[in-house]
Ligand binder design. Structure first.
Ligand SMILES: Cc1ncc(COP(=O)(O)O)c(C=O)c1O
Length: 334
């Protein structure tokens, strides 16, 4: 079994070569980064066919989400999100003393009708991760727009699409009409996932410029480092490296899900770089075996007891799943 600290082989996810070169060649460490990530905003804007000021770049999407919650917190009110979804939503809402309205997933999917029903006059924010970070399921932009129509004045819907590149539906061409619709929607994307620049901390929001100014997070002009900006620009110019990562991730998710499914486990093979496994009928033997085999397995997701999320963390994961399924403890359970 290869060690997870070994460098990934040539057939695993990787940053765009130009992005790695941009970091390696970066020498101007004494100079300030480009203010407000201006060139990167321009590059991202060109990619989506949006004006530069419809893009707000920050040091990771988590930081941008933090900034949005912090911006709304002084007014109080409630934040609506599904549970489970990205754990940070509940964490931020509690940290800022806001009220949360957590809506259970339904059949592993966002329950759009229930989210709509949870929106009230005191709602300040609706946070929707699609793909959902736990199940990998998605909701459509028309559903997002329908939810945004229910928001009271001043509230915002955040469509957290950091895993968007991993989803099979190509929705980017509708981003322009969505943010141009006049509805209070901001879209999050990240360089951490399909673009594999997690360590550099770069994420961005897309939204109507007036909306980003009015309710967006405060990002300071030098918040994103020079190497991170340079790498992100190079990444935006290399679509094929990103697409290759998407293909490799989809194949790994499919293979892990097939191995588990062949042993009779019910799985959700979503689009968030993970596989959700229903262990209700089989007890803890599989999670224990996966952990012993060195897999990154997350449990205790609110509302999904006896389910575990297997993260496809690196090129060794599928081999580790195979080893776990062969292990004695699991054989005894099957
Ligand atoms: C749904 C979701 N949104 C945002 C983030 C944060 O991404 P970033 O690395 O850009 O901060 C994550 C990280 O796992 C996530 O799962």
């Amino acid at each position: 079994m290869p060690s997870s600290t070994a460098p990934p082989p040539g057939d695993w996810l990787a940053a765009a070569p130009g992005a790695v070169q941009a970091v390696n060649r970066f020498v101007e460490v004494n100079r300030p980064p480009e203010a407000d990530s201006a060139s990167l905003c321009g590059e991202i804007g060109r990619y989506y066919g949006l004006p530069r000021d419809a893009v707000l770049v920050g040091p990771g999407t988590a930081s941008l989400l933090h900034g949005i919650v912090a911006r709304h917190a002084p007014a109080g009110g409630s934040v609506v999100f599904s549970e489970p979804s990205f754990f940070l939503y509940r964490w931020l809402v509690e940290a800022y003393g806001l009220t949360h309205r957590a809506v259970p997933l339904r059949d592993y999917r966002h329950d759009v009708a229930a989210i709509g029903a949870a929106i009230t006059q005191d709602t300040r924010l609706v946070l929707v991760d699609s793909p959902n970070n736990v199940t990998g399921t998605t909701i459509s932009l028309p559903e997002v727009r329908a939810l945004a129509q229910r928001l009271p004045a001043g509230a915002v819907l955040v469509f957290d699409n950091v895993y968007g590149e991993y989803a099979p539906e190509r929705i980017e061409s509708d981003f322009g009409s969505t943010i141009g619709s006049g509805l209070p929607i901001v879209i999050c994307r990240s360089f951490s996932k399909a673009r594999q620049l997690f360590g550099l901390r770069v994420g961005y929001l897309l939204g109507a410029p007036s909306l980003l100014r009015a309710v967006g997070p405060r990002v300071l002009r030098y918040d994103v480092s020079g190497p991170a900006q340079a790498a992100a620009v190079a990444s935006m110019q290399d679509e094929e490296s990103m697409r290759r990562n998407v293909r490799l991730m989809a194949a790994a998710v499919e293979e892990a899900a097939a191995l588990l499914g062949a042993q009779g486990f019910r799985v959700v093979a979503g689009h968030a770089g993970s596989v959700l496994i229903d262990c209700r009928e089989r007890g803890p033997a599989l999670p224990d075996a996966l952990r012993s085999a060195g897999c990154d397995v997350r449990s205790d997701h609110p509302g999904l007891p006896d389910h575990v999320q297997l993260l496809i963390s690196d090129h060794t994961t599928v081999g580790r799943v195979r080893a776990a399924l062969r292990s004695a403890s699991l054989t005894g359970a099957t």
